[in-house]
Write a protein that binds this ligand. Structure first.
Ligand code: G3P
Ligand code: CA
Length: 285
């Protein structure tokens, strides 16, 4: 077994691929994970929801419209909520063609992808969380699993226990950080399996971030860049809580944050950040 999360945090500034390398592949797919791995990312991040069968599936939005062909394939099933579809239905959808057609980060137009790989994305399936975790382990890699906030949706009561149970049953607690905007989920995860590291997603700075971390038993602090306060970073680091911030696509900003004690960044462009931070990383650690 290779490096685990704790060792990775100790040994360097982390380049974390946000939803995989989503600037050059369809987000939250194994194709995006492969691209991130090839780019040298230390870890990837993915989003988890529950479908109609109660399966944990990797997808960001509450509905399937933006990232699949669901509206064409199932025209009568509006508003196409993830939790209204069985796994066999989800697996029959194409989660790649939207990327090839819309080029959301203009990386195809910019010539950063060759035409054959763009074509290969067509038909890319949705991964289950289990498939994504197995891919991570098979490649001796690390992953941040974000449990989307299912408040008001089916599965809100048991999604956190299910995610913790799956990670435990696969023996992968050392390779995973679970994050969420819903801090209740993080408390449930720690209760279900104290070995799993957790991190709160923070949109606005709390008065006392160290107290927040202690109260919910979390290990890493995950603020949006707009909620990041350098004064907090020092206090958190002194208390043993590394800071991982999102989303940083500018290499210049990534270098600035590295020099100011941030432990890692989530980025849509792991392939660009890797080269940019390499030299500074060697000096800092
Ligand atoms: O991990 C931080 C980030 O992924 C949270 O925002 O909307 O991209 O899932 P979102
Ligand atoms: Ca996310």
């Amino acid at each position: 077994m290779g490096i685990n999360i704790a060792e990775a945090l100790d040994s360097g500034y982390l380049n974390i691929a946000h939803r995989g390398a989503r600037s050059v592949a369809p987000e939250n797919t194994i194709a995006a994970a492969r691209k991130a791995l090839a780019a040298g990312a230390d870890m990837w991040e993915l989003d988890v929801r529950l479908n109609l069968d109660g399966c944990l599936v990797v997808v960001h939005d509450e509905t399937l419209v933006r990232t699949s062909d669901v509206a064409v394939r199932f025209p009568g099933r509006s508003p196409w909520q993830v939790n209204d579809f069985r796994l066999d239905e989800l697996k029959s959808l194409d989660f790649g063609s939207w990327f090839s057609s819309s080029d959301p980060f203009k990386q195809i137009a910019g010539g950063y992808l060759n035409p054959s790989e763009v074509e290969d994305y067509r038909g890319e399936p949705i991964p289950t969380l289990e498939e994504a975790l197995i891919f991570t382990a098979e490649h001796d890699w690390l992953v941040n699993v974000e449990i989307k906030d299912l408040s008001g949706l089916p599965g809100d009561d048991d999604v956190a226990e299910k995610v913790a149970g799956l990670i435990g049953s696969l023996g992968l607690w050392e390779r995973v950080i679970i994050s969420s905007f819903n801090f209740r989920y993080l408390i449930i995860v720690k209760k279900a399996d104290p070995r799993i590291m957790t991190g709160p997603l923070v949109k606005s700075p709390p008065t006392d971030p160290v107290a927040l971390m202690s109260d919910i038993g979390a290990s890493t602090y995950h603020p949006a860049t707009r909620a990041l306060r350098l004064s907090h970073v020092k206090r958190l680091a002194e208390s043993g809580f590394p800071v991982l911030t999102w989303v940083v696509n500018s290499p210049r900003t990534a270098r600035f944050l590295l020099r100011h004690g941030i432990a890692g960044v989530f980025t849509d462009f792991p392939q660009k950040l890797e080269a940019a931070i390499e030299a500074d990383r060697r000096q800092a650690f």
